[in-house]
Ligand binder design. Structure first.
Ligand code: ARG
Length: 464
């Protein structure tokens, strides 16, 4: 009786469990996006097998033709993906065999899904790095062109979000350029390090066939082969490194986003974002919400989270391949999609950002931003910097008392604080005088900014 009950229960359970486990262990729903790389990897492997006479010319030709047809089918949405076939690799291989018969079954000679998937991901990430770096350059181009129009636009520079010193708006924009320039080179570094072929490492130990791994690597545009078969199939450093570069970029974009949100707010009113990048409120008719920068800021969390997912995934994994590794794809792909989306949004939006130049200048004047210039002026007149600092502090206090700007204080007011102050003080108290005086590499003087804009243009062109 017990046996029978168990059997009936076991029968039902084993059937439904099988279906669930098939779903649970399958990756085809997300790894199918690597089909181009999977096919390219198979083509290179096939050509290598033929060259090495492991596979006949006829079989090789049939395989290449079949793979080309499959690529067409998938490109045209005519391919039927099956969860029962687990992943992109088995789906394509099965279809190949259905198309060309036994030759299809010979393609997997001398390789394993372990080196196959490792190859696919590297190729995929490499291609995405190229898209991402191209988008970074497009965004930078927009930033630099905007900067070129705003060299003479003066605004308050901040520390502690308190008005600090006047700067050119272009100088602020070019800071974004420098930040993203480092991001660009981080992705390039990552690309250089990942561009080695795991193909031919097979399951973990290599293969008994006389393969030529360097040949297939070359066909795939790799710079060489991974030198240890265990490492080749189990290494996901490149995915982590890629995600780390993306996380730093996302952090930068979130800082830019935050500034855009602040500047677009009514109390600041430094910029206007184009309407098409904003939305309204269903209840407050006056609102124009900076959704795009807000979302870019918000999406940072995913990219950071994905980095942590990948690190945690790989932590403590024994060599070589483990099924855990299948979990590398969703965080990686999400990071790719998120990064490309954020870059696209900013590349499209930033060139159309409208500065409100008078508001920026007014804010710079209101915050006593030329106080340091006054201190420097006193130093030039022979006053020690610390004493100058003290005198200027008093001048600011006086201006606050009189509810006016430093430049509106009378000469007699100044001279009560320091006999060294003369009529020429008013030149250094202007915003223009302040920025023009910072005329050295990296400083905010318009003369320097113009030089940097030219350099940036050349750097962007050289990188493209
Ligand atoms: N779908 C698998 C993955 O993404 C492919 C490799 C499977 N290898 C294995 N030994 N089960 O990791």
């Amino acid at each position: 009786m017990t046996e029978k009950t168990n059997q009936s229960w076991g029968g039902r359970f084993s059937e439904s469990t099988d279906a669930f486990v098939a779903e649970f262990t399958a990756s085809v729903n997300f790894d199918q996006r690597m089909y181009l790389e999977d096919i390219a990897g198979s083509e290179a492997h096939c050509k290598m097998l033929v060259k090495q006479k492991i596979l006949s010319e006829a079989d090789g030709a049939a395989i290449l033709q079949g793979l080309a047809q499959i690529r067409e089918e998938i490109n045209n949405g005519k391919f039927e993906w099956s969860v029962a076939l687990e992943d992109v690799h088995m789906n394509i291989e099965q279809r190949l065999t259905a198309l060309i018969g036994d030759a299809g079954k010979r393609l997997h000679t001398g390789r394993s899904r372990n080196d196959q998937v490792a190859t696919d991901i590297r190729l995929y990430v490499r291609a995405q790095i190229d898209r991402i770096t191209a988008e970074i350059l497009r965004m930078q181009k927009g930033i630099v062109e905007l900067a070129d129009r705003e060299v003479m636009t003066l605004m308050p520079g901040f520390t502690h979000l308190q008005t600090a010193q006047p700067i050119s708006f272009a100088h602020h924009l070019l800071a974004w350029y420098e930040m993203t320039k480092r991001d660009f080179s981080r992705f390039q570094d990552c690309r250089r390090r990942l561009n080695y072929s795991p193909l031919g490492a097979a399951a973990l130990a290599g293969t008994t066939y006389p393969t030529d791994r360097e040949y297939s690597a070359e066909l795939l545009g790799f710079d060489g082969v991974c030198k240890n078969s265990l490492d080749a199939v189990s290494d996901r450093d490149f995915a982590i490194e890629f995600n780390a570069a993306a996380a730093i970029l996302a952090m930068h974009l979130s800082r830019i986003a935050e500034e855009l949100v602040l500047w677009n707010s009514a109390p600041f009113s430094f910029i206007d974002l184009p309407d098409r990048f904003c939305t309204g409120s269903s209840i407050m008719p006056q609102k124009k919400n900076p959704d795009v920068p807000e979302l870019v800021r918000g999406k940072t969390g995913r990219v950071f989270g994905n980095l942590f997912s990948l690190l945690t995934l790989m932590k403590s994994q024994p060599l070589a391949y483990n099924k855990d590794n299948q979990e590398d794809k969703e965080p990686l792909f999400d990071t790719i999609d998120t990064t490309l989306g954020c870059l696209r949004a900013f590349a499209d939006m930033l060139p159309h950002l409208k500065p409100r130049r008078e508001n920026m200048a007014r804010a710079a004047l209101q915050g006593y931003s030329t106080a340091t210039d006054l201190a420097d002026y006193l130093v030039r007149k022979g006053v020690a910097f610390r004493d100058g600092h003290e005198i200027v502090g008093k001048a600011v206090a006086l201006a606050i008392n009189k509810n006016c700007g430093l430049e509106e204080l009378k000469l007699t007011d100044f001279q009560e604080l320091s006999a060294q102050i003369e009529e020429d003080v008013y030149q250094v108290l202007t915003l223009e005088g302040s920025v023009n005086a910072r005329n050295h590499i990296g400083g905010t003087a318009p003369a320097q900014i113009k030089i940097r804009i030219e350099e940036a243009r050349a750097e962007i062109n050289a990188a493209a």
